[in-house]
Design a protein. Structure first.
Length: 88
């Protein structure tokens, strides 16, 4: 997993590569645990970078759970946990 931002923490191109962990949620039941793991990683001084799919919104509100599409190709969220980044 490698992620590049046009404007990172230092204002320029920023690369996140070689995660020490990948955190994913593929269904509604996985979301709360994934968020907790992301918080722990951040609290422990790591960088987290990744994506949340549009469909994650259905997981965040109980009244929307029944509207979650059943055929998805992407996880609801996927983030890497990184020790740091490189500015280019």
């Amino acid at each position: 997993m490698q992620i590049r931002f046009d404007r990172g923490p230092d204002g320029g191109l920023t690369d996140f590569a070689d995660p020490i962990e990948i955190i994913e949620a593929h269904n509604i039941e996985d979301v709360a645990g994934a968020f907790a793991r992301l918080e722990d990683a951040s609290r422990n001084g790591h960088w987290v970078s990744g994506f949340a799919s549009y469909e994650l919104g259905f997981a965040l509100e109980d009244v929307l759970h029944s509207l979650m599409p059943t055929k998805r190709e992407l996880p609801l969220l996927r983030f890497g946990v990184f020790e740091g980044y490189s500015a280019t």
